[in-house]
Design a protein around this ligand. Structure first.
Ligand SMILES: Cc1cc2nc3c(=O)[nH]c(=O)nc-3n(C[C@H](O)[C@H](O)[C@H](O)COP(=O)(O)OP(=O)(O)OC[C@H]3O[C@@H](n4cnc5c(N)ncnc54)[C@H](O)[C@@H]3O)c2cc1C
Length: 382
């Protein structure tokens, strides 16, 4: 068994870490979850500008093919980048969706015009997408979605509603799942549309929430979009969307961020002389162990990716392990911080960041169902 990172990935990790140390401003707070940054907030504006800077240095889409603005960096290099960015609160903000799966989906399914239109702008960090999947009655059971797009000559007329659409207020386009075959049910009759957010007939309304996450609901009322905005075949968009999501097998390296937060906690406890309190080191040690276990599972998935093996349920295990590691860390930070319940404390930021991780991109229960069925061979629904 080989435990070493490839040389080029190690060098890349060092290079990007040095870049972030130099470029992230003093006010940048790793305790604040940038993914929850609201539209117009300094954090959000900063992330948008920072993405362009990352792009200039080749750190935004290094894994993309050269013709679309990348350099075909390998799976390990990409994961080194993910770890380093996650550890410091991911200053890419909402761009992580573009670079990880929306861009690759356009590469695979887009027309030449769509590729020319979207990919260069994405790789320069100039445009942002949101993901219009969930509906009030279609979350985990996404195939129950009801938003329709009915063909009228060379246009689709869209009607319906989406919910929990992250960052919709700051997005330029929506990667939208709609039902194009009237009366169809389940995963058939669905298509993907790439919809500009500024069209009449589309309203985005923020949903206030305890995490300050940029959630919105989207309302479509006779929205007209050209047929040329469809990505992939008509009525077979389910395959496009599911295929796109396999590009995003692990998601954020939440364990890397948790380790960084635990480091911060240890520094604070040492300075206040509380590190030697009975049980403190053990509590932190357990959380660190959970993070390293999550890292080991993630590396197994990256190893498979590096060897071009098909995605399996190990990705679901890695996601859960990372969520749980983060939860362990947040619990430790809460228990051991004197200011835990104060707004803006390390514990407050860590909790806000960790709260939604068991729901976004597949809930814990749904992931467990997939593991039970596909990895353990248990019978039942998943
Ligand atoms: C931070 C965050 C960001 C998000 N961003 C977006 C976004 O940008 N775009 C978007 O479209 N959506 C987004 N979502 C929505 C997310 O995809 C849904 O929350 C998720 O699919 C679950 O759907 P639901 O909330 O409707 O819950 P439901 O599907 O109604 O589930 C409710 C409960 O039932 C459980 N459950 C459901 N089905 C099963 C099953 N088969 N087996 C066992 N238990 C089950 C779930 O685990 C959950 O505990 C986001 C969610 C979060 C938390």
């Amino acid at each position: 068994m080989e435990f070493d990172w490839p040389e080029e990935a190690l060098a890349f990790r060092k290079e990007v870490s040095a870049f972030l140390d130099h470029e992230l401003p003093a006010w940048w707070d790793i305790g604040v979850n940038t993914l929850t940054a609201e539209a117009g907030s300094p954090h959000h504006e900063f992330c948008r500008e920072f993405c362009a800077k990352l792009a200039q240095h080749g750190y935004l889409t290094p894994h993309w093919p050269a013709e679309y603005g990348g350099r075909e960096a390998g799976a390990w290099e990409l994961f080194a980048l993910t770890e380093v960015l996650s550890a410091c609160g991911d200053p890419r903000g909402q761009q992580y969706m573009n670079v990880n799966w929306i861009g690759p989906a356009i590469m695979r399914y887009g027309t030449p015009e769509q590729k020319r239109h979207f990919l260069p702008k994405m790789s320069r960090g100039e445009i942002q997408f949101c993901q219009g999947f969930s509906e009030p009655d279609a979350g985990s059971d996404l195939a129950a979605l009801r938003t329709t797009a009915i063909r009228d000559n060379d246009e689709y007329v869209v009607n319906g509603q989406k919910v929990w659409t992250s960052y919709a207020l700051t997005a330029d386009f929506c990667f939208l799942l709609v039902r194009t075959s009237p009366g169809s049910r389940g995963p058939t009759g669905i298509s993907v549309l790439l919809v500009p957010m500024n069209l009449p007939g589309l309203i985005a309304r923020p949903i206030p929430n305890i995490m300050d996450h940029g959630f919105c609901e989207l309302f479509f009322d006779e929205l007209r979009v050209p047929v040329s905005s469809r990505l992939g075949p008509e009525d077979d968009g389910w395959a496009v969307a599911m295929d796109a999501l396999t590009f995003e097998r692990i998601g954020m390296a939440r364990f890397a961020r948790a380790l960084r937060l635990l480091d911060e906690l240890i520094g604070r406890l040492r300075r206040s002389g509380e590190m030697s309190r009975p049980g403190t080191a053990e509590r932190i040690g357990r959380a660190i162990a959970a993070c390293h276990a999550a890292r080991a599972v993630a590396y197994r998935v990256i190893d498979a990716r590096a060897r071009s093996l098909p995605p399996g349920p190990e990705g679901n295990v890695a996601r859960l392990a990372s969520n749980w590691a983060e939860q362990f860390a947040v619990d430790a930070i809460f228990e051991l911080s004197r200011d835990a319940v104060e707004t803006g404390s390390l514990a407050d930021g860590a909790l806000r960041s960790a709260l939604p991780s068991g729901h976004a991109t597949g809930s814990v229960e749904v992931n467990l169902g997939i593991i039970a069925k596909r990895l353990l061979g248990l019978k039942g629904e998943a």
